[in-house]
Design a protein around this ligand. Structure first.
Ligand code: 5AD
Ligand code: SF4
Length: 438
C-alpha cells in the first residue's frame, strides 16, 4: 500500500514537471513516505529525517515532505521535533496530495501545478512508473480493528473507490502497455462499489445491487490488454465461496492468494480480534486448493502477541505446515500506541519473540523449498518484468520469481520457461525458441 502511495505521489510530482533523481543531494524536494505498522519502520523513518538535516543545512532551498502513517500519527509534533520538515501529509490526506502539493509548490516557487490542481490523485496519476505491472488502489482505510494494528487509526475508516473509475484507470494503464495489475487495499475482499467516504461500507453492503470484489474482478477480467490480475491483501473472514469461484473461473486472475493467518492458535486469534478460527482458515485453503489448480498461498504471521504461550506458538508451526504456504512474512509483535493490544502487558520476552520468529521462518522455508522442488522440470508461464545483470527475471502466475539467462527477452513479454533450478523463494528457468511466446 505504501509503495503504491509513494508511486502515486511521485507520479503526481512528475506530472507537475519534476523528475526523479537518483542522488538525494541534488534534490529540490525530498518526499519521505512512512509506515507505522511496527515500531521498527517508524524508527527508521524518524532516523532518516535525522540524515536529511545536513542536506537542508547545505541547501536551505531544499523542501522536505513527510508523508504517510507516521506523519499521521505524529503530525502535531513532527515539525517541532524535526524543523527540517516543511510539509506534513498524513496517510488520511494522501488522496488530497495534488491539492495540497499544488498550493505548496506555488508557495515554494519550485514549479507550479496548473491544470491538474483540482484533480483527485487517481485521475492525475494514470501513467505507471513500472511499465509491465501496476498497482491500482481499490479501497482505502480499514475498520477491522485487529487488536494489534494501528492501520485503522492512521488510515481511517474503510471506503471503496468507484468501480467505474477503477475500470477506467485500468483501461488507461492497458493502453500504455501495462500487462498486469495488482488491486490493492487493506482488505480488498470487503470491496463494495459505491461505499464512498460519506457512507460506511457496512451499511452500503446491505445494498444487493452493488458490485462486490468478485464482481469487480470479473469486470477487470474483461479489459483488453491486461493479461494478469492480482490482489492484496485478503482477510479470511471475508473470503467468500463466490470469490473462490471467481479466482478459479476468471482466466486472468492469477493462481495466487495472499491470505494472512497471523496465528495458528484460536485463543490468540480471538485476542487479536481476527473474527475467524484456524478451522475456518483451513477450510478456505482447502477449497482454494481443490478449485484452483496449483494455487500458491502466502501469508503473514505475527509472533509474540501478548499472552502467546509455547503451546499457542506450536499451533502456529502446525498451521504453517498444514496450510503449506509458498512463502511467509513473519514479524515480531510490537505494541502500537492507541491499539487495544497496547493496553495488554507485552509479556513475551524479546529473546522468545526472536527465537519464535526464526523457528517459524525455518518451518516456512522448509515447506517452500519442498513445494518449489516439485516445480523442477515443469513449464511455467513467465511475465518478464525486469532486466538482470546476466539476463532477465519475471514472475510465474503463482507469483514466484524466475531468473532467465536469456538476454534477448523483452520487458512485458510472456514466455514459457522450463524450470531447471529451485530455491526457497526463487526459481531458475530456461527458455528455448520452441518454448517462447505462449
Ligand atoms: N506488530 C508486529 N507486526 C504487526 N503487523 C501488524 N501490526 C503489527 C504489530 N503491532 C503485521 C501483521 C500484518 C502485517 C502487514 O504486519 O502480520 O499482516
Ligand atoms: Fe490491520 Fe487487521 Fe485492518 Fe489488516 S485487517 S490493516 S491487520 S486492522
Amino acid at each position: 500500500m505504501n509503495v503504491a502511495d509513494s508511486e502515486e505521489m511521485a507520479m503526481h510530482l512528475m506530472s507537475c514537471g519534476h523528475t526523479e533523481t537518483g542522488d538525494m543531494k541534488s534534490a529540490d524536494i525530498i518526499l519521505v513516505n512512512t509506515c507505522s505498522v511496527r515500531e521498527h519502520p517508524e524508527n527508521s523513518a524518524l532516523s532518516f529525517l535525522g540524515r536529511i538535516k545536513p542536506l537542508k543545512r547545505k541547501n536551505p532551498e531544499l523542501k522536505v515532505i513527510f508523508a504517510g502513517c507516521v506523519a499521521q500519527r505524529l503530525k502535531d509534533v513532527i515539525k517541532k521535533r524535526f524543523p527540517a520538515v516543511d510539509l506534513v501529509i498524513g496517510a488520511k490526506d494522501i488522496g488530497k496530495f495534488p491539492e495540497i502539493i499544488g498550493r505548496e509548490l506555488a508557495n515554494w516557487r519550485i514549479g507550479e501545478l496548473a491544470s491538474s490542481k483540482a484533480l483527485p490523485i487517481r485521475q492525475s496519476s494514470s501513467s505507471p512508473i513500472h511499465d509491465v505491472s501496476s498497482f491500482v488502489t481499490i479501497t482505502r482505510g480499514c475498520e477491522n480493528f485487529c487488536s494489534y494494528c494501528i492501520v485503522p487509526y492512521v488510515r481511517g475508516r474503510e471506503f471503496s473507490l468507484p468501480a467505474s473509475g477503477i475500470v477506467n484507470e485500468i483501461k488507461i494503464l492497458a493502453g500504455k502497455g501495462v500487462k498486469e495489475v495488482t488491486l490493492l487495499g487493506q482488505n480488498v475482499n470487503s470491496y463494495i462499489d459505491g461505499s464512498g467516504l460519506a457512507v460506511r461500507s457496512s451499511e452500503k453492503r446491505q445494498s444487493s445491487k452493488a458490485l462486490d470484489f468478485a464482481d469487480l474482478l470479473s469486470e477487470v477480467n474483461k479489459i483488453e490488454g491486461i493479461e494478469r490480475i492480482r490482489f492484496i491483501s485478503s482477510h479470511p473472514k471475508d473470503f467468500s465461496d463466490k470469490l473462490i469461484d471467481a479466482v478459479a473461473g476468471l482466466q486472468k486472475v492469477c493462481e495466487h492468494v495472499h491470505l494472512p493467518i497471523q496465528s495458528g492458535s484460536d485463543r490468540i486469534l480471538a485476542a487479536m480480534n481476527r473474527k475467524y478460527g484456524v478451522a475456518k482458515y483451513m477450510s478456505i485453503v482447502e477449497k482454494l486448493r481443490n478449485k484452483v489448480k496449483d494455487i500458491s498461498i502466502t501469508s503473514d504471521i505475527l509472533v509474540g502477541f501478548p499472552g502467546e504461550t509455547e503451546a499457542d506458538f506450536k499451533n502456529t508451526l502446525d498451521a504453517v505446515k498444514q496450510a503449506g504456504f509458498d512463502s511467509l512474512f513473519a514479524f515480531k509483535y510490537s505494541p502500537r500506541p492507541g491499539t487495544l493490544a497496547a493496553s495488554l502487558k507485552d509479556n513475551v520476552p524479546l529473546e522468545t519473540k526472536e527465537s519464535r520468529l526464526q523457528r517459524v521462518l525455518h518451518a516456512a522455508n522448509t515447506v517452500a523449498m519442498n513445494t518449489n522442488a516439485k516445480l523442477a522440470g515443469t513449464l511455467q508461464e513467465v511475465l518478464i518484468d525486469a532486466r538482470e545483470d546476466d539476463g532477465h527475471s519475471g514472475r510465474t502466475r503463482t507469483n514466484k520469481k524466475v531468473f532467465l539467462k536469456n538476454a534477448r527477452l523483452s520487458l512485458g513479454s510472456t514466455v514459457t520457461a522450463r524450470i531447471v533450478g529451485t530455491k526457497i523463494s526463487t526459481l531458475i528457468g530456461e527458455t528455448a525458441e520452441g518454448l517462447c511466446g505462449i
